[in-house]
Every structure is written in structure tokens, then in C-alpha cells.
Ligand binder design. Sequence first.
Ligand SMILES: [Fe+2]
Length: 248
Amino acid sequence: MQQLHTLFPTLVLEDGSFTLHEEMREVLWKNHSNHIYHEDNYQGYNGPDGYGRVLSHHDLDLEPLWHYIIGQCKTYVNLMGVDPTQFIYSITKGFVNVLDEAHGNPLHHHSESHLSYIYYINVPENVNQKLCFHDLRTRYVPWEGFSESTKTSPEWSSYQGNWWPIEIKENMCVILPGNLPHSVAYFDGDKDNTIDMARNVPLKIDPNKLEDLKRSRISIVGDVLLTTINTNEYPNALQPLQNWRHFT
Ligand SMILES: [Fe+2]
């Protein structure tokens, strides 16, 4: 009998069950200047986090969305075989990412956090770049680049290659480990065979104009830290905030 062991996989959770998507998008349109506004009518490459707008998680009008996202973080913890009720979940940074059809996001990670979330609140059809996850570890394969250079199918399996693309859909929420490298990229040519990173041209939209935002792909993004409720239960985890001493 044959048995395949898919060793050392990484869990990325994708969910599409949020029921208040339309309502929350209306809230974002109403409050867009709080999340996205740039005083110089910004035409550069980086999104709102690049110019310091990282407090989106304090928008109380989006409260149902924050609770949904934290619920997904708890699901993630549970899927990892850990009791999700043993932690306080803290959103430490929240921002909005705005993307037109001509851009991607370069390879990066959020290793200062435990978990990261991406919620796609507005996805026009023409902005269809994929979200890619990258494995920068050494893979155990017959030789480096074995599958990338020789595989005969355009589809990936979990033990081929060192990056993994997923299609983006509106109302999709992704939970990933903060230290997992990721990017947003085009695929020119055969499906999943060619990666073309961010094109170095200015963003075509004006982030201050609501009509421009409505034809952009907008994701609500942020980072989460887990601290223990009970110090004695998980001494190796990040300890309760009230135990910390702060120095400057
Ligand atoms: Fe990211």
C-alpha cells in the first residue's frame, strides 16, 4: 500500500463566511478618508501603511468585522491543535491596502506579529493579481529547483516549488502566520508558471477620491498578537500585558 507523507506544511486559513460584507463596505466608503486619505494626493507605490495610516482597527463603525477577524484567528489557533480560549487576541496594527490593476506588492512578511489577517472588502474583476506565499526555507527535493524546472502540470502540489499562489475573491478573509513571506503578483503566460513582481509605475488612482477607491482592490489588513491569559499554563508564550514593565 502506498502512503504519501506531505511533510512540514504551513497552515493558511481562507474563509468566506462573513455575512456583513456589504454593510462593512458601505462603512468603509463613508469613513474612507480616515483610513486612506493622503494630504499630497499621493501617487506613489506604497499603500496607506506606507504613509503611516495604521490605526484602521480603531474604527468602531467596523466593529463586526474586527470580531469576525478575531473569530477567524481563534479558528486558526484551534486548527493548530491549541486551545483558543487561553489567549487574549490584540490587533496591534491595522491598515487598508489599495491596489489597481497595474500593481503588486513585493515580497515581505509581518514577523513582528503572531498572526496576520487580510480581508478583501472590494475586488473589481479587472484587479486579479494573486496572493502568493513563499517558502524561503530549504526544501528537501532531489535537487534545488527540481519541480519548478521540470514539472509537466501547471498545477502545484504542496510538496512542489517554493511559492504558492491563491486567487482573490471579494469577502475572502485570509489568516496567516506573521512570519510567512508573501507578495502580490501577476501571472503572465501559463497559469502559475510565471511570476512577475510589482511593476514600478505610479498608482493610477487618487486615494482621496471615493470613485477611484471603488474601482480599486481594497483589503483590510493587520497584525495580531496572542498573549496568555494564564501565566502558568503557557510559560513559553507571550505573557499577559499587565506583567510587562515598560522602559524608554
Ligand atoms: Fe502583507
